[in-house]
Design a protein around this ligand. Structure first.
Ligand code: G1P
Ligand code: ZN
Length: 540
């Protein structure tokens, strides 16, 4: 087998962020754009010759081509063993699990997570290391740096590998294994959760609708929920991964999973509605006419974690990202466990999980996970809920309401302001930072400022410093505003404003209760002044 050095030229916009390199599909379709990214990743790694690389994709448009390119480049770069899901499919948590199970050197995952797919949509690539965790920030920076200088690729010429069936073949001296993407992950879930108890729940008439949003989790969900757990056929909807996700935006939240939300609030609502995102690491939970916020869900998982045998005696502590409302903190406090607050991005949980400082972690963006894999895991979270419902025989609403009664309720909302003017968001944040000393004791109609600070983070395990991760403004009446720039916009810039307010009143409509806080945030951050009218606002 001949290995060729192919000359190439760098692109200047290849920057690896919190979730790898994410761009418009059309960007990735430029000559050698994908190839440059892949070779830059390989060039920054050492000692992988003869070792195992896992390749997975969420099935989105351009993956079929990209997977073949990566197989050839991995062979040319001397990986000894490539494991790849049938049709190229593997969810992000399934990849993370496989890395550990097969002791792989690492993995390349083709996904832009919850961003829409297709020619007009987004594409992305991320690298996970041998622990199963996403590449840490310094490695991501090295990838970006290498991308800016890359001048040659290593490539072989060979026909495409047939990924339509499970088999093994050897190309050059590399073993290629095309595997069932679902079975290892499903097996692992059975080791974690009480499948017998959940089976009984379904046998007794429990109804669930799971919306896979035409993305990667369909085959996993059909096998786990309908085959293994005996949920009735039709429980999984939009269950076939499609290159354009059937036009859906597979971001499980109140905006993009509206059909599911409408079902949950209808007369025919099943006992549980759930959804996951493009690559299967996020989740959403709804009971009958009841939406469970990500922050409350995380608190529920903490409250019940030791009831799951896999975690018994293993609740070391928990963590939430700073934008996530602090419902988790009260549970940890009660259980006398540490509760860490990390910057945005799953990678910040990695060291805490590895060092057994935490067992459980989550984000405001519908992601949660534990030490079972080093990624967030949507189906795991849904199975966790099913296990809790099976043990307690309570409804999701009852579970959450009991939590509010015990600890108080934290009302939360996120406003995303998207603008094409990238500078505008930077200006707003710079101006706010410079105004911090003058904010203290400022009074607005409904609130006064108690404390304001820039969020800088020191990793408790590695002592690595991460600065400027947003601005925290603590207000009177248990209210808080946290503000930062999104790191995942594929164009323009997005300002994210996270509002939360603690209350002993558990009955209010979040929209009403948070209205004065929203007004205060507008005034305090001077959103109109900096972003003007040309903004697209999303509320989640
Ligand atoms: C978003 C979410 C964040 C998550 C990230 C990657 O990032 O807010 O919680 O870690 O996607 O999935 P953002 O766009 O806010 O930078
Ligand atoms: Zn995702």
């Amino acid at each position: 087998m001949n290995i060729f050095a192919v000359p190439t030229k760098p692109y200047l916009d290849q920057k690896f962020g919190t979730s790898g390199l994410r761009k418009k599909t059309a960007d990735f379709q430029q000559e050698n754009y994908l190839e440059n990214a892949v070779q830059s990743i390989f060039d920054c790694l050492t000692g992988f010759e003869g070792k195992t690389l896992i390749i997975g994709s969420d099935g989105r448009y351009y993956s079929a081509h990209a997977v073949q390119v990566i197989i050839k480049m991995a062979i040319a770069n001397q990986f000894g063993h490539i494991i790849i899901g049938q049709e190229g499919i593997l969810s992000t948590p399934a990849v993370s699990h496989l890395i550990q199970k097969r002791q792989a050197f690492g993995a390349l995952i083709l996904t832009a997570s919850h961003n829409p797919a297709g020619k007009e949509g987004d594409f992305g690539i991320k690298y996970n290391i041998s622990t199963g965790a996403p590449a840490p920030a310094n490695l991501g920076d090295a990838f970006s740096d290498r991308c800016s200088k890359i001048d040659r690729l290593w490539m072989i010429q060979s026909p495409d590998v047939d990924l339509s069936y499970q088999h093994e073949e050897t190309l050059g001296s590399t073993l290629i294994e095309v595997i069932d993407p679902v079975s290892d992950y499903a097996q692992y879930m059975q080791e974690i959760f009480d499948f017998e108890a959940i089976k009984t729940l379904f046998k007794n008439g429990f109804k669930m609708t799971f919306n896979a949003m035409n993305a990667v989790t369909g085959p996993y969900a059909k096998y786990i929920f309908e085959e293994l757990l005996g949920a009735e056929s039709g429980t999984v909807i939009n269950g076939t991964p499609l290159p354009d996700f059937g036009g859906l935006h597979p971001e499980p939240n109140l905006v993009y999973a509206k059909d599911l939300v409408d079902l949950a609030y209808s007369e025919n609502a099943p006992d549980l509605c759930a959804a996951s995102d493009g690559d299967g690491d996020r989740y959403m939970i709804l009971g009958k006419s009841f939406f469970v916020t990500p922050a409350d869900s995380l608190a529920v998982l903490a409250e019940y974690i030791e009831k799951i045998p896999f975690y018994k005696g293993k609740f070391y502590g928990a963590a939430r990202s700073m934008p996530t409302a602090d419902a988790l903190d009260a549970v940890c406090h009660k259980l006398k466990k540490e509760c860490y607050q990390t910057p945005t991005g799953w990678k910040f949980f990695g060291s805490l999980l590895e060092d057994k400082k935490i067992s459980l972690c989550g984000e405001e963006s519908f992601g949660a996970g534990s030490f079972h894999v080093m990624e967030k895991d949507g189906l795991w979270a849904i199975l966790f809920w099913l296990n809790i419902l099976a043990i307690t025989q309570k409804t999701p609403q009852k579970i959450v309401t009991e939590l509010w009664k015990k600890y108080g309720r934290v009302y939360a909302k996120t406003y995303s302001y998207h603008t094409n003017d990238t500078e505008a968001v930077t200006h707003l944040l710079d101006s706010l930072s410079s105004r911090i000393p003058g904010l203290i004791d400022l009074s607005f109609d409904d609130y006064s400022v108690l404390k304001a600070s820039i969020f800088n983070y020191t990793d408790p395990v590695s002592n690595e410093q991460t600065t400027n991760q947003g601005i925290i403004i603590d207000l009177s009446k248990g209210a808080r505003i946290f503000v930062r720039a999104s790191g995942t916009s594929s164009s323009g810039a997005t300002l994210k404003v996270y509002l939360s307010q603690k209350s002993t009143d558990i009955q209010s409509d979040p929209k009403d209760l948070l209205q004065p806080l929203e007004k205060t945030a507008q005034d305090l951050l001077q959103i109109q002044k900096y972003l003007g009218d040309k903004v697209e606002i999303t509320e989640t």
